[in-house]
Design a protein around this ligand. Sequence first.
Ligand SMILES: *[C@@H]1O[C@H](CO)[C@@H](O)[C@H](O)[C@H]1NC(C)=O
Ligand SMILES: *[C@@H]1O[C@H](CO)[C@@H](O)[C@H](O)[C@H]1NC(C)=O
Length: 411
Amino acid sequence: MFLCCWLVLGALIPLTLSTDPGVKVKLTAKGLEYGTDSTDEGHLGIQNLCQIFRGIRGKGPFLRIIKNSGSFDLSVSDLTVGTSIAVESDETGRPAVNTVDCAATVGSANIKFHGGASWLYNLFRKFIDKAIRRALERQICPLVTNAISDLNPQLKTLNVLAKVDKHAEIEYSMVSSPAVTASSLELGLKGEFYNIGKKQEPPFSAAAFNLPPQADSMLYIGLSAFTANSAAFVYSAAGALSLYVTDDMVPPASPFRLNTNTFGVFIPQIAQRFLGLTMKLLVKTVKPPVVTFEPNNTMVKASGTVTAYAIHPNSTLSPLFVLNLVAASAMDLTVGTSYVGEFQVGLLNSIFRMVLRAVVIPVLNVQLAKGYPLPAIGKMQLVNTQLQVLKDYMLIGTDVQFNSIHGASRG
Ligand SMILES: *[C@@H]1O[C@H](CO)[C@@H](O)[C@H](O)[C@H]1NC(C)=O
Ligand SMILES: *[C@@H]1O[C@H](CO)[C@@H](O)[C@H](O)[C@H]1NC(C)=O
């Protein structure tokens, strides 16, 4: 008996790049063995490989070559295939694999003939066993090599550049040597957001991080704080981190309305000069927010401004004041510019806390809930997905299912 996972993913050709990856992807033994026990044809080459092995294994009505005059059972045991697979980056930054070295040994092949002239053949069994063993050994490496290179068309479908939305795309090219062990294959990908069409680098770079040794899922994807911060940099540069808050966004149950009556209570000039008008607020960041991941906790530190406008019946806006806002675990407001005389910002704190909690955060959550594309191969579906926030990165553990890439082919 033997198992496919005896396959040794060995030597590799290191890349010369030295950038730390923003995203790491680890395929575990469970992932490498994907589908080996199912009857579906595999779409990962590793799996095809296992089917080749399964074909060799077993007793052999499929090897009934002596027609009508008998049959034989073939059993092969102690098959070991040692193969070294080089994982390299192709010209597009996608991984490419090839076999650099392969050796197959068949410990023993036993053949037993039944019926017909089997008594005669059985006399020569020892010689036949040996011939079969040698023949199998010669056949296995070419099969392995083909199966490994069959992986490449699938790796070519890795989405190296994935569009996120109208502002951003994310790059997943390989930036570091894959770490290959007997039980896992780990890829270091760039995981960096860019403005569509512009490749501007942020003033910070990725820091090294290590995926935990967990192996219950088929696939682990670690998204670093660098990836999140490159997104913040891109959206900030695109001017996308701004939001108009209007009165209809304020929950109906709120005691505060976004109008000059509410603000006039705290700032008398507003009541005098802009009586009975609705207002709107422009909340925007002044520099990219900074995201940090701590165990079970995602923190965002943002600084920005809140500009308040009165809306005249003819739709003209009059600016009332600009507040500077620093938000981390607490929110800090100071007056930047006032067009309505001096006032105490502390009085407005509860209003802005409500606006932040009831309007801005829900809007952000809706944006975040839209998600963003993960590195994916072909028509890969994630199942049993779990998310953990760890120190400096977010870990997604998931199983995968492949929808047929080759149509309905079956083996
Ligand atoms: C994070 O949350 C999980 C699940 O609630 C818990 O098991 C784990 O101990 C927490 N980790 C830390 C560092 O608080
Ligand atoms: C709109 O109304 C305001 C206040 O009545 C006035 O000051 C402003 O000139 C008007 N703007 C236009 C374009 O009519």
